[in-house]
Design a protein around this ligand. Structure first.
Ligand SMILES: O=C(O)CCC(=O)C(=O)O
Ligand SMILES: [Fe+2]
Length: 217
C-alpha cells in the first residue's frame, strides 16, 4: 500500500515533500510563530480555552476554543459546528490574518491552492492530555483538506484509514510542524497519544494545535 510506504518513509527520513494525500511540512510555521502566539493569546482572551463534554458525558482532556465564522463544539447533545461560542454567547473571534496566511501556504504546497477555511479549532494539550481515535466528519465540505499546525511540546500523531480498525502509522509532530491531509485520507481515523511531560522553551508545559477546516458549504 502506497500510503503505508509513505508513513514508513516519514518515520525514517522525515520526508518533507508531498507524496500522497498526507503532507508533512517540517518547521513550516517557524517564521510565523511570534505572530501566531500573540494571536492565540488574543483569541483565547475573547473565547477562553475550555474542556468540553463528550456526548457520552465525559470531560475531554484537551482544552479547546475556536476562531473563524463557525467553531466546533461538543456537549451532551453531540458534536457540531456553531456560529456562537456557547461559553460567551457571542460570535467566535475572527480568524487572524496570520492564521489564514499559514493555512493557505501549507494548503497550496499540498495541492489545495483554493483552500479557504472558515473554522480554526485551537486545541491545548497539557501533559497527559490526548485525543482518542476519531474522524473529522462534522464538516460539510470533504473536498477541502485538514491543515494542522503544531506548537510547543511534541506529540505522536497516528493516522490510519477509513476504518477504525485500519493499521495506524505514527508520525512525530514537533514545534512548528504543519501537516495536511485530504482526498482519500480526508476521513481517515487519527489520534494524538498522551503528551509527555516536558518543558518547551517558548510554550512551557503545553502543546497547542491549530486545525483549519472548511466546515460550511
Ligand atoms: O492535535 C492534533 O494534532 C490533532 C487534533 C485533531 O485531530 C482534531 O482537532 O480533530
Ligand atoms: Fe481530528
Amino acid at each position: 500500500m502506497k500510503q503505508a510506504y509513505l508513513f514508513e518513509e516519514l518515520n525514517e527520513e522525515r520526508l518533507s515533500e508531498p507524496v500522497t494525500d498526507f503532507h508533512y511540512f517540517s518547521g513550516l510555521a517557524f517564521d510565523f510563530i511570534d505572530e501566531l502566539l500573540l494571536e492565540i493569546d488574543r483569541v483565547t482572551k475573547e473565547s477562553p480555552l475550555r474542556q468540553m463534554q463528550t456526548p457520552g458525558g465525559y470531560q475531554m482532556s484537551v482544552a479547546m476554543t475556536n476562531c473563524g465564522e463557525v467553531g466546533w463544539v461538543s456537549d451532551k447533545s453531540g458534536y457540531r459546528y456553531s456560529a456562537l461560542d456557547p461559553l460567551t454567547g457571542l460570535a467566535w473571534p475572527q480568524m487572524p490574518p496570520v492564521f489564514r496566511q499559514l493555512a493557505s501556504l501549507a494548503a497550496t504546497k499540498a495541492g489545495y491552492p483554493l483552500f479557504s477555511p472558515d473554522a480554526c479549532l485551537i486545541n491545548q494539550y497539557l501533559p497527559g492530555a490526548k485525543m482518542s481515535l476519531h474522524q473529522d466528519k462534522d464538516e460539510n465540505d470533504f473536498s477541502a483538506p485538514i491543515v494542522s499546525v503544531s506548537l510547543g511540546l511534541s506529540a505522536v500523531f497516528k493516522i490510519g484509514d477509513m476504518k477504525r480498525s485500519d493499521k495506524l502509522f505514527s508520525i512525530p509532530l514537533h514545534h512548528g510542524d504543519v501537516v495536511v491531509w485530504g482526498k482519500s485520507l480526508r476521513l481517515a481515523y487519527h489520534s494524538i497519544s498522551p503528551i509527555k511531560s516536558d518543558n518547551h522553551p517558548l510554550l512551557g508545559q503545553q502543546r497547542i494545535n491549530l486545525t483549519f477546516r472548511k466546515a460550511s458549504f
